[in-house]
Design a protein around this ligand. Structure first.
Ligand code: PLP
Length: 373
């Protein structure tokens, strides 16, 4: 497929695979690694990340190990990570959450001689860079998501990149056994593509919420998802993706700057940006809100007025009901704090000046009101 060749060129990698989603991509990667290293079964992930990540690990029949987060960077707590590394470790999955780069060079220095594979979760970071190099080219194998709300979207979709022959051969064999999209599934994708185009504005964000089948922005744990080769329909939707990426990046960075300015102008530390790397290409703008009642007030106004401000992952990975037993007695306080305090402001390309003004006004009001109580 043309999309595949273009991706290989752009990222300058040897192998590229197009699949049905980011979690399908991750599952294929993990199954390939399982074949290559049959005596290893542990997978380290951040304790605060997308629920699709543990879903894929469970689907692949591997063991999840959690690592707490850095207090400022939405990255691993590297001190804790270094204590978790052992010889049963199959791989580590650093994630560029919201597009904020995870420091993979640091991760490799900690790994040292350990032969654990670095699987780069660049699901939210297609087109982003870290010290001049493209995100998605740091791992031994990497994946992007083309799902809803990601840097660019084909409704659903996933991309795997690697330079390693052994990993690529395994993934290729696994993917040959996967069935293609059924006609009905493609039809559903087409309907969703049309609805999403119509609803992609924050001023209309209440609408998808009212339609349970759309589940926009929701994060769920569910290891039962389809693993398919990407359909030509999806690859078609990715047409002119390079142009789109740079256009979207410009608009997102303009919107992110508006939020930086808003936070400055508030003259309060009740709301603080998580901006370890101010130049990163964010797909949502994460803000820490210390006061739970203020956070609640902001999210409530957003829901009523359709502002597109969202909570992030509702709990840490060990807080997911189906997984709780695996982590009995373990605590990840920094990750917990992120799950309880973060909200994200929209920066997507369809955010307009009037949306920014409306959100600014509502946040100011929420601050005034919670102070009065
Ligand atoms: C979205 C996402 C995934 C999974 O991608 P899907 O295409 O939704 O399956 C994995 N990791 C992170 C960090 C994500 O944001």
């Amino acid at each position: 497929m043309r999309f595949e060749t273009e991706l290989k060129d752009y990222f300058d990698v040897k192998y590229c695979f197009l699949v049905s989603s980011g979690k399908a991509a991750l599952t294929l990667i993990l199954n390939a690694l399982k074949n290559l290293y049959p005596d290893k079964d542990q997978v380290i992930i951040p304790a605060f990340t997308c629920y699709s990540v543990p879903s894929a690990i469970v689907r692949a029949g591997l063991k999840i190990e959690l690592c707490d987060m850095d207090t400022e960077k939405l990255d691993f707590d590297f001190g804790q990570l270094s204590k978790t590394i052992n010889n049963s470790l199959l791989c580590i999955i650093p994630a560029h959450l919201f597009g904020m780069p995870s420091d993979i060079d640091h991760l490799r220095s900690i790994l040292g001689d350990n032969e654990a594979v670095v699987v780069e979760d660049a699901a939210q970071a297609m087109g982003g860079k870290w010290e001049g190099e493209k995100l998605g080219t740091f791992g031994d194998v990497s994946f992007f998501s083309l799902g809803r709300g990601k840097a660019i979207s084909t409704v659903e979709g996933g991309v795997i990149l690697t330079n390693r022959d052994d990993i690529a051969q395994n993934i290729s064999a696994l993917l040959n056994d996967a069935s293609p999209y059924h006609t009905l599934e493609i039809l559903r994708l087409m309907i969703e593509a049309v609805s999403l185009t119509l609803l992609m504005r924050p001023s209309l964000f209440w609408f998808p919420k009212a339609l349970p089948c759309l589940n926009l922005g929701e994060t769920i744990y569910d290891p039962n998802f389809k693993i398919r080769k990407m359909s030509p329909f999806q690859a078609g939707m990715a047409k002119s993706w390079k142009k789109k990426i740079s256009k979207f990046q410009n608009r997102r960075s303009r919107n992110a700057k508006a939020w930086v300015n808003l936070l400055k102008s508030l003259k309060t530390n009740e709301l603080s940006a998580v901006d370890a790397y101010p130049d990163s290409d964010l797909i949502r703008f994460p803000v820490n809100v210390d006061d739970p009642s203020l956070r609640k007030a902001i999210l409530k106004q957003s829901e009523i007025k359709g502002l597109g401000i969202m909570p992030t992952y509702p709990d840490t990975i060990n807080g997911i009901e189906e997984l709780r037993n695996m982590f009995a007695g373990q605590e990840f306080p920094v990750a917990k704090k992120y799950s309880q305090q973060l909200i994200t402001l929209p920066v997507h390309p369809f955010v307009k000046k009037t949306d920014i003004m409306k959100i600014t006004r509502e946040i100011r009001n929420a601050i005034k009101q919670t102070r009065r109580i």
